[in-house]
Design a protein around this ligand. Structure first.
Ligand SMILES: Cc1ncc(COP(=O)(O)O)c(C=O)c1O
Length: 426
């Protein structure tokens, strides 16, 4: 039998990009174990999906018990405990007033549903998104995504009435001379005012849709002042503020939601990734009054809120609470930042930035970031990239990772990045 990589290349579509072809057998906590017994430290969390590590015993137990009791019944066909209990627990950790949920299967679905809700409720069509944002790959979500032009290439006309505003990412700003985040924020806010004057009438805007931290776009936090200003503008023009917390929630950004941390109350929050604790689950979260304006029967899903996925999400949240992992996210992020310190002197590193346990090392180009992650993998540490040019290495450790493993993993990355530097003179 040929190896997994060879077999997968024969039968699985090349449309899917691959960071690696590690032939996995299983995973435990922060460790991936390959078929030949190699142990690799996972600093990706399955792309921000497993905040309590892989196969946490409490999550496995909940999933197994649920699977042996009730594996599936559409949530529109009957009621079941896991579905309701997860919504009840979510209501206790969401920003003020956000107490009602509709479950979906993925992030992209949650995003599309949030847009449908915003359009129904406001009777308006326009959606303002932010350059560098990633909201998914379905046709609708791809229209809202601008983290890379490649995600739209060749797909023809997408959704109408989507407008793209600048995101305050000073390092990537084409306007010279280089400026600080505060100046960039002011400029971006002025651009939004100009858009509302010249491009889209304020009373056509159904919603602003923003990631509080650009995820795929490069792990770039939006300044709190920017988010607060958006909140004010949305309220002033009668539009909704949708905060896409699919990658940032459940402690990743240092709190249950980054919106809450930054003092902003959204109208709608989208959730997925860590929500299912390793199984596919998304959600649109909003105040009851908003959901009540969404006509019954105009949206739905066969699998959204599946019992096993909800049981997994519920167990994951309970572990986050029991093990105080939301509070620990800050410590996890600080440890990574400390260990990355030697790279601050490396002229090929443009910036090291962090919010909570989302940490980014931005290199000057993709060659450097890819060489550094390849070097880390040679040292048995898995890391992935992001950013418009894949020039950013992102650290997404489990929130319960052992300090010793984390320090060792980040040191291995630093060593790999420095090794590359020595091998390729700048
Ligand atoms: C912020 C954000 N929104 C939406 C999505 C899409 O989620 P999914 O891949 O589950 O459709 C992602 C996925 O990376 C994301 O990071």
């Amino acid at each position: 039998m040929a190896d997994l990589e060879e077999r997968s290349k024969r039968v699985l579509s090349p449309v899917l990009g691959h960071y690696t072809y590690l032939p996995l057998d299983r995973a435990e906590g922060s460790w991936l174990i390959t078929k030949d017994g190699r142990r690799v430290l996972d600093l990706t969390c399955g792309i921000a999906v497993t905040p309590v590590g892989h196969c946490h015993p409490a999550v496995v137990k909940a999933v197994t018990e649920q699977a042996s009791k009730l594996m599936h019944i559409s949530s529109g066909v009957a009621s079941y405990e896991a579905n309701v209990a997860l919504a009840e627990l979510l209501a206790t950790v969401m920003p003020a007033g956000i107490d009602t949920f509709v479950f979906q299967n993925s992030g992209a679905e949650a995003i599309e549903a949030a847009v449908k809700l915003a359009r129904q409720v406001t009777g308006r069509e326009g959606i303002i998104v932010f350059r560098g944002g990633f909201h998914g790959r379905t046709t609708g979500a791809a229209t809202l995504t601008t983290s890379k032009a490649a995600y739209r290439r060749g797909y023809g006309a997408l959704l109408p009435e989507v407008h793209v505003a600048p995101f305050p990412y000073a390092l990537a700003c084409p306007i010279k001379p280089a400026h600080d985040t505060e100046t960039c924020t002011e400029h971006c806010l002025a651009e939004i005012d100009a858009m509302l004057e010249h491009e889209i009438p304020p009373d056509n805007v159904a919603a602003f849709l923003i990631e509080p931290v650009l995820g795929e776009g490069g792990y770039v936090p939006a300044p709190a002042a920017f988010l607060r200003s958006l909140r004010e503008t949305a309220s002033r023009i009668g539009a909704l503020l949708i905060v896409d917390e699919i990658q940032t929630a459940f402690g990743r950004g240092g709190a249950w939601t980054v919106a809450e941390r930054q003092g902003v109350v959204p109208d709608i929050v989208t959730l997925a990734k860590a929500l299912g604790g390793g199984l596919p689950l998304g959600a649109v979260a909003a105040p009851r009054a908003l959901h009540e304006k969404w006509p019954t029967g105009t949206h739905g899903s066969t699998f959204g809120g599946n019992p096993v996925c909800c049981a997994s999400g519920l167990a994951t949240m309970l572990v986050l609470q029991r093990e105080h992992l939301i509070e620990r996210a800050e410590t996890v992020g600080r440890i990574v930042e400390e260990e990355l310190a030697p790279l601050r002197r490396d002229e090929r590193v443009r910036e090291i930035r962090r919010i909570g346990a989302m940490i980014a090392v931005e290199f000057g180009d993709k060659a450097a970031s890819k060489a550094a992650t390849a070097g880390a993998l040679d040292r048995d540490v898995l890391l992935i990239t992001c950013g418009a040019h894949d020039q950013v290495v992102r650290f997404i450790p489990a929130l319960n990772i052992l300090e010793e493993d984390l320090r060792r993993g980040v040191r291995a990355f630093v060593e790999a990045a420095q090794g590359v530097r020595q091998a390729t003179p700048v």
